[in-house]
Design a protein around this ligand. Sequence first.
Ligand code: TEU
Ligand code: CA
Length: 558
Amino acid sequence: MNSEKRAWWKEAVVYQIYPRSFADSNGDGIGDLNGITAHLDYLKTLGVDVIWVSPVYASPNDDNGYDISDYQAIMPEFGTMEDFDRMLDGIHARGMKLVMDLVANHSSDEHAWFVESRKSKDNPYRDYYIWKDAKDGREPNNWGSCFSGSAWQYDEATDQYYLHLFSRKQPDLNWANPKVRDEIFNMMSWWCDKGIDGFRMDVIGMIGKENFNDGPMTPGALYGDFGPSCMHTETTHRYLREMRQRVLDKYDLITIGEAGGGTADAIRYSNLDGSELNMTFGFEHTDGINAHTETGKWCDYGAPLAEVREVMNRWQTDLQGKAWGTVYMSNHDQPRQVSRFGNDSPLWRARSAKMLGTLLHMMHGTPFVYQGEELGMTNIYFERIDQYKDVEVINAWRQWVDSGLVDGQDMLRWFAKISRDNARTPMQWNRDVNAGFTTGTPWIDVNLNYLAVNAEDEMADTDSVFNYYRKLIALRHQHDIIVYGSFEPLLENDPSVYAYQRVLDGQKLIVLCNWTDHTAPCSLSAAETGDELISNYSTHQEGQLQPYEARVFLATGK
Ligand code: TEU
Ligand code: CA
């Protein structure tokens, strides 16, 4: 065994549920907690160990729950606290664990704290948020919001601006105020005392604002970048060490930071001395390979193998022996991975979905499966702006198209490729109306390919993406080398094949993935490479990989 200390959260596979779109139990067209509870056996069959549920707290749903108005109450659309307790008990009864989504960089503007804070400059809650005077008659600085527009909203009642790095209904909490930290830490402990098993921490890399200076402007940008003032600061790390001491160390938790940044940041957040978090999500292989224009991720950029491989290999090798990582391509903020990185045509969808699953699940770090990824669910490719629900899309349309800066047809093409609503269409359970998600009218359109892509059919089909994911997850539980083995890139400049190996105690695991829709030569794809553990083809051609072919070999003692 190499230097890695064993831990349950290193050996786990995490499944992310976006509750609004997972399963509707009462016919109102909105997913809910009882819908999740009704499908826990499905998740147990898949073999996942941990379930991360996106926010279920009270919220006006400006950002579908990432705008919380009461951290210790359940959103009525999702159910009651009794429904939550039943779900938690059901998860534990099946030997699985529950991770809650901690959204503490900001609250909703309808939270009681903000309602008080905006009443007057001397209100006891004023400094729970970040208020500034106008500068030269306008916003306090040039920062842009992640959801378009300025990061500052003028509030007439007290003639000041408040900061919102996301929507104007998501005012940033002032972590510099010890009362705010007390409130958040007490709330976290309250959920831990209820028996939850961890937190995924929303944009946790932003909580330590160090100054309010104007940010750098990239060519063509409409606003300045708040990154140098807010992202991955010493202050943020200090708050996380305080969180670790006051809350996290008191429980046996998995702690996952949605932090972004580079590998040096990730190593600090999830260092092996455990002073902050267990692991973080990086964005370099998702958002990073797309932000090539002044309209950011809204562009025609693709996902070239060379670029994806360089980023993912660098994250694997930089963290090696220094920090624990996560492995993902999908979540509620990303388009469907088979559409973005694979090939979602009827001919290649399942094959490429399995190839991507192989690529991810044989890597070092904790893998995350986003609801529907295990089925090979695809983008929905909306064609009209009125089909979109996502505040990020609606605000971008307003900023770029309503202003005349960008042609609407271009923006609709970019939205169809990479918008978050692609991942938020209802889970496809079966071939019944609305894919079995609801007996009512779904809050967002169902992808009409559910007749070909649905859980019921795939569970019955031994060759389905679902059953392939079951095998991948089972392999991780069976072979220490997949969890604890070192990572070594192979064929780093191959134009078609993404290959790497894992090494542990004299064993070698060789992973070969043909990233393309054509046959590719690959000398490693040969019998002498080792015993084949899994492949998405049942027949093979010596010395080459078929389109989107994945093969994993285990060699012992070589
Ligand atoms: O997302 C953080 C974030 O940066 C998002 O803007 C996301 O990365 C981007 O849309 C992808 O291009 C977190 C949550 O995951 C997201 O759902 C919330 O909207 C956001 O924070 C605010 O809470
Ligand atoms: Ca419902």
